[in-house]
Design a protein around this ligand. Structure first.
Ligand code: S3P
Length: 173
């Protein structure tokens, strides 16, 4: 089985993925880290030197590579992964995959991303909090169309990583 965590940047996909992996004993794969290892370059540097179109191409190639692994996995995607090409449809069609949307509200995302925006090329240039929040609002609206197609949804606001992970496990089994 592959448990695929999707959601906006800063929604906690990686931390929750690590926690789920320790609860369920499944291996954890973070697609961003996988891309960085394979490409021998940071995500920011890929965006800067090769551009977003190249990034989206390799993001799909490496996601497919990870999904083809025979073992049970917890996969943390990047915030944009399910929103390009046919990725969301393919995930939905795959019998082996359960997609879980980590739904985090605008205020919480803004608060978290304002502190951690440097390593995220899509928002690193937005240095004023209001500008960042306006960007997230519109971007999240566009992307929610894809996120909302997930098999399961978990609201994360107000809950700890452990509590969210437990909620997910209860929904799964
Ligand atoms: C992106 C999110 C990032 C990373 C890249 C693009 C996006 O991952 O894949 O910077 O399009 O939302 P996180 O969601 O882990 O920040």
């Amino acid at each position: 089985m592959k448990i695929v965590l999707i959601g906006y940047m800063g929604s906690g996909k990686s931390s929750i993925g690590i926690e789920l992996s320790s609860i369920l004993g499944y291996k954890f794969v973070d697609i961003d880290s996988y891309i960085e290892k394979k490409e021998k370059q940071s995500i920011s540097s890929i965006f800067k030197t090769k551009g977003e179109i190249y990034f989206r191409k390799v993001e799909k190639v490496y996601l497919d590579e990870v999904l083809n692994d025979n073992s049970s996995l917890i996969i943390a995607t990047g915030g944009g992964t399910p929103c390009y090409g046919t990725i969301m449809n393919e995930l939905k069609k795959s019998k082996d995959v359960i997609t879980i949307y980590l739904q985090t509200g605008l205020e919480e995302l803004t608060k978290r991303l304002y502190i951690e925006k440097e390593k995220r090329p899509l928002i690193s240039h937005l240095d004023n909090k209001k500008e960042l929040q306006d960007f997230i609002r519109k971007h999240l609206f566009e992307r929610s169309y894809y996120y909302n197609q997930s098999d399961k949804k978990v609201v994360t606001d107000g809950f700890s990583v452990r509590e969210i992970s437990k909620k997910i496990v209860l929904q799964l089994f």
